[in-house]
Design a protein around this ligand. Sequence first.
Ligand code: ADP
Ligand code: ZN
Length: 524
Amino acid sequence: MQSSHQVLHDMFGFDQFRGAQESIIQHVVAGGDALVLMPTGAGKSLCYQIPALVRRGVGVVVSPLIALMQDQVDALTQLGVKASYLNSSLDAAQSQKVISQLLAGDLDLIYVAPERLMNPGFLSMLDRLSTGPGIALFAIDEAHCVSQWGHDFRPEYRQLTVLHERFPKVPRIALTATADAPTRAEIVERLSLESAQQFVSSFDRPNIRYRVLQKHSAKQQLEHFLDAEHANDSGIIYCLSRRGVEETAQWLKDRGWDAMPYHAGLSVETRSANQKRFLREEGVIMVATVAFGMGIDKPNVRFVAHLDLPKSMEGYYQETGRAGRDGLPANAWMAYGLGDVVSLRQMVDSGEASEERKRVERQKLNALLGYCESTACRHQAILRYFGEQHPGGCGNCDNCLEPVVSWNATKEVQKALSCVYRTGQRFGVTHLIDVLLGKVTPRVKQYFHEQVSTFGIGAELNQAQWGSVYRQLVAGGYLDADIALHGGLKLVDHIALPVLRGEQEVWLRKETGYSKNKANQSVT
Ligand code: ADP
Ligand code: ZN
């Protein structure tokens, strides 16, 4: 039997194991079950590939990412590993050929789509395999897909316990890059991994510099960032909608940047051509929806920019995590504004999901908003979310590099909230600010808002500063955007009333990066 280290060196061409790889591999080679939590790019694949090569028989890898199986198998084949896959992209004759190879003991690794495993024919094939060439292990990749509350839920994953029931002696290794404590518990329960050893790596990405900016003119802010820091670098820009992707990519192209769009509305050929260019060439910017990125392994992505809010901390971590896999300095940059908060809240509320699921989605969004508005170290805040300690003071995030000044905004918040109340809890932020600033717009006249008591009482702040106040109030849960009223704001009574009654102080973060001439632009 070859040693794990030999395989690492001779097959994969690496000198050393990374992080916990060695102990995980030892444990699985010895026949133990394992649950592996490691951030994307940390090297999970070797944790099952090497034991599959060292142990007798074939390693069976369950993976939900059909599109990536081919790539993984190609890469392994190039290294001389005998690997293949079984999924719906193969016709009957091709599948049969792979199965013959399996039964003849000609394969070291077989990647299978989860739905395949439930197929009785496949299970009896595994029986023959186990009495013949042997099954080295079961690897369950992207194990968080078993969780109903994650966005990648795959019902077939629930059935995977069948493997353990049928082949109790074969070690199992479940791997994921996304697992907060509740999800981890759910993985253990759903996959019957109670006796598995858990290997939890730090999720910190110290080389990534996290920054969150208040959005005022997103594209100009983005270009300023690119000009200043990434003139010739590869990077990814995430937008929420396909339209946002198209517009931003075109806008950048028009201005001489090498940018390409990627979203699910493009043809398969265009998507795959754009992805290939991004992977092969340097200095290319991919403007994309979240459809882009699963399994993208480009080590020198120097920045990930968000022009819209991700939906959760998991999403944010996953997307920004595609930057700086080579360990060199990289940026995670995000511009965020009130409009984002309102539209994401509305997306959740108006979605098809069950009430229970909406509640979870709202909580996830609120955690992300809390992060955006936080004045604490970003590395610390992210890790805390994933249940990990970090001392703070990282020296590599906006809040550590330029500590945020907070101010006692109680009086201003009372004005902002009472303006919402006095105008009937149905207007959007632009109108509310007009009222506070005492502007006699057609709308103000139409609704006689020059007669409400809050008209013109807000001269101490300018439009942008009021925009910042309202954004923080919505993010902080004092105000809610009403879908029925196209985003009109209303009070969340149990949080807002104590402030209006003077029972509670409110401190807000002072926005920086606001020059006087920008202060009059509309706040999005
Ligand atoms: P994950 O599945 O955790 O996202 P991968 O298994 O795809 O990560 O590995 C990410 C990259 O790191 C790959 O390019 C892989 O070849 C490389 N890698 C993994 N382990 C090592 C190692 N011990 N030494 C050097 N490179 C490694
Ligand atoms: Zn920090």
